[in-house]
Design a protein. Structure first.
Length: 344
């Protein structure tokens, strides 16, 4: 259902940063990173105790994969999808609750029940199948079946049970999971008393406070690439503080067959990959999971519907769209987002 473009991090000049932010400048800067969720992560933080938290961060990310990854054979999510168990741990229950809430909020543009379609189109952990309209319609009926969380009192067991109207319905958290993991890491750093940090998991970013010397965290929004191997280039830049930024796009993950390019973003209303002019959607929000989910929903909606949705939901302040118009890249930014860009 979702692919990410890359958010690009770089340093700004001291002259630019002076006067933008004031923050606690104590503590050295530590940078850690590695592999997680089939991608790479980077965590940069300032800690007056100079603690190296690599092991704790890796442990958190491994535990997250054991809950929510479709690429870990015995993850909680895979066991739920196979019907081996209905008991949810706290992470999968929280992810499902958030996913169902965003599904209602976006009138179905975001939908975590599309697992079978994602796999059938070849963008999941299973082998691609041959699809025609009849096959897609059959899978849609499975995807539309209701799912719910039943809470119980056994808190030690996770306190939640997955209910599915159709046992064949498969849950896919790919469009929200990385953002959720970014928020988990942010909560961990906050629990350690760390207030200045930047977390990047596969291009999904949250920034708090500032860099050493009082400089803001600068994030570049990627220019749509010609293909999946193109070197990332910056389209616009944002000085990010106390917020998350996520970009979703259709130009990094796709496949071509018989001269047709099939996008990774699946429209839950049709069961087919989206086919419109919107190339990427960037959302800035207080949490990465919500920015993640909304960016995906906007990629499903397409440019005009996404703009109309934002008009009806003034609480969405920061969105930036890159679209194709007769072979040329064009952009649209909400007024608050444009101020962030102009401020850089």
């Amino acid at each position: 259902m979702k692919t990410h473009s890359f958010a690009i991090l770089f340093f700004c000049s001291a002259a630019l940063s002076a006067g933008i932010f004031s923050c606690n400048r104590s503590g050295g800067t530590i940078k850690i990173g590695g592999k997680a969720q089939g991608t790479f992560y980077t965590v940069i933080y300032r800690d007056k105790e100079n603690r190296n938290l690599q092991q704790e961060v890796d442990s958190l990310l491994r535990a997250f994969d054991l809950s929510a990854s479709l690429w870990v054979e015995n993850s909680t999510l895979n066991r739920l999808n196979r019907g081996d168990d209905s008991l949810m741990d706290n992470i999968t229950a929280d992810l499902l609750e958030k996913s169902l809430a965003i599904n209602r909020y976006t009138s179905g543009a975001f939908d975590c029940r599309v697992g079978k379609l994602v796999n059938a189109w070849g963008f999941g952990a299973k082998t691609r199948t041959t699809l025609d309209t009849a096959a897609v319609d059959s899978l849609l009926r499975i995807c539309y079946a209701a799912v719910a969380i039943h809470r119980h009192d056994d808190v030690s067991a996770g306190g939640a049970v997955l209910w599915r109207e159709d046992k064949r319905t498969e849950i896919d958290f790919n469009a929200i999971a990385q953002g959720f993991s970014v928020d988990l890491l942010a909560g961990f750093l906050q629990s350690k008393g760390i207030k200045n940090y930047l977390i990047d998991v596969g291009g999904e970013i949250i920034a708090k406070g500032c860099k050493e010397g009082g400089q803001p965290w600068i994030v570049g929004i990627e220019k749509p690439a010609a293909d999946s191997t193109s070197i990332p280039q910056v389209m616009e830049s944002v000085a990010l503080r106390d917020a998350a930024l996520v970009t979703s796009g259709n130009y990094r993950k796709y496949y071509e067959k018989d001269g047709t390019r099939y996008s990774h973003t699946i429209d839950p209303s049709t069961g087919f990959p989206v086919n419109h002019t919107l190339l990427s959607a960037t959302v800035v929000d207080t949490t990465a999971w919500k920015a993640d989910a909304l960016a995906t929903a906007f990629m499903v909606m397409g440019l005009d519907s996404a703009k109309h949705f934002i008009d009806r939901h003034p609480e969405i302040k920061h969105a930036f769209f890159i679209y194709d118009e007769k072979g040329q890249y064009k952009t649209y930014a909400t007024p608050e987002m444009q101020r962030l860009i102009d401020g850089f």
